[in-house]
Write a protein that binds this ligand. Structure first.
Ligand SMILES: [Zn+2]
Length: 362
């Protein structure tokens, strides 16, 4: 059982790691770091996030500008197959029944369950997809809000804490980061960004909430509710067990597909870059000043005597061509009539199809 005098001490070393991490995943225990890594490996595909680390590894000498372009153009190709997998995994649970002897409680689980149609639906839509993604995640049982009196009917709910939230799991207690929305002071303003932890033992759920100024990391603790279950209501989702440095870590049953999904993500982003670079032949032409009426270095005087951007050259002061515009030469006149025009003023160069140097390992 957690004693009141110990509660605040539980979060100390994690908060220290958190402060150091500056928006990255904190470097905490081996179990924590490894679980978060496994979770992030799948998360990029499950959520369709831009795989910045993967791209960085595969194209180490690309410029920041090129990386930025990849980010903007990124279309997650691996998200749809992953959500098909989630649907398939979730559908296993349809047809399974949740039953209890207590009629009131049975009605609560099947009809009145908060936020979802029922606990069963929650398993199909949330718990099983979460298990496919993050085997080190936990289900914990908490209340939607603490009861105001002993006779009040409480609403127990199951919630998921993903690996980045699962701080410590020991024989005597479980420590989870359950929210990041406690009111704290940031400068003169209030910001809802404070850390909120739950510590569970076999009788209580404690809440450890950040207070005061955001950068001070001061916490207050109190009992959230007294569950008296005689066990810790926090359960790992589990998958394939792997022992590393003497610690048990779970791998998702689908962890092995990540190298294939990674390859699709990197290759499709690279293919987009190749199309952009070499899909059109490279045009070479002399830089010429914009010849729109009144345009000087991209600016045109308007009727009020103010300067507006030239809407032909968009303020660049230079002639511009899209791949679809023609390059038109002025017909020679007067004395020049018989002289030859330097032709072509515009030429196409077939693109270099050798591997780009930026993709080669450094
Ligand atoms: Zn112009």
């Amino acid at each position: 059982m957690i004693e009141e005098s110990q509660v605040l001490g539980l979060v100390e070393s994690f908060v220290k790691a958190w402060k150091k991490s500056k928006h990255e995943d904190p470097y905490y225990t081996h179990r924590y770091v490894k679980s978060v890594e496994l979770f992030r490996d799948i998360e990029i595909h499950a959520k369709g996030l831009f795989p910045e680390k993967l791209i960085g590894k595969n194209a180490p000498s690309e410029t920041d500008e090129e990386l930025e372009w990849r980010k903007l153009a990124y279309a997650a190709q691996t998200k749809a197959p992953w959500s098909r997998l989630e649907n398939a995994v979730g559908s296993i649970y349809h047809g399974v029944d949740v039953s209890t002897e207590d009629e009131d409680f049975a009605r609560y689980l099947v009809e009145d369950y908060p936020e979802y149609t029922g606990l069963k639906e929650w398993f199909a839509e949330v718990a099983l997809p979460a298990k496919a993604q993050d085997a080190n995640a936990v289900v914990y049982v908490t209340l939607t809000r603490p009861p105001e009196s002993d006779v009040e009917f409480v609403e127990p709910v199951a919630r998921i804490a993903n690996s980045p939230q699962v701080i410590d799991l020991s024989r005597n207690y479980a420590l989870l980061l359950v929210a990041m929305d406690a009111p704290v002071k940031r400068g003169r303003d209030m910001a809802y960004e404070g850390l909120v932890f739950s510590a569970f033992d076999e009788v209580n759920e404690w809440r450890i909430t950040q207070v005061g100024r955001k950068e001070d990391y001061v916490f207050e603790a109190s009992i959230y509710y007294n569950h008296n279950l005689n066990h810790i209501p926090v359960y790992q989702l589990k998958g394939k067990p792997v022992v590393e440095h003497g610690e048990l870590i779970w791998e998702s049953l689908f962890q092995n597909v990540t190298p294939y999904l990674d390859k699709v993500a990197v290759t499709s982003s690279t293919l987009d870059a190749v199309i952009r670079r070499t899909g059109f032949p490279i045009r070479a032409y002399y830089d010429e000043d914009c010849d729109a009426e009144g345009c000087t270095d991209g600016w045109v005087l308007n009727a009020e005597g103010h300067r507006d951007k030239c809407n032909v050259c968009k303020g660049t002061g230079k002639k511009a061509f899209t791949p679809f515009t023609d390059y038109v030469h002025q017909k020679p006149t007067g004395m020049m009539q018989d002289s030859k025009v330097d032709f072509p003023g515009l030429t196409y160069i077939s693109p270099d199809n050798a591997p780009r140097s930026s993709w080669m390992p450094t």
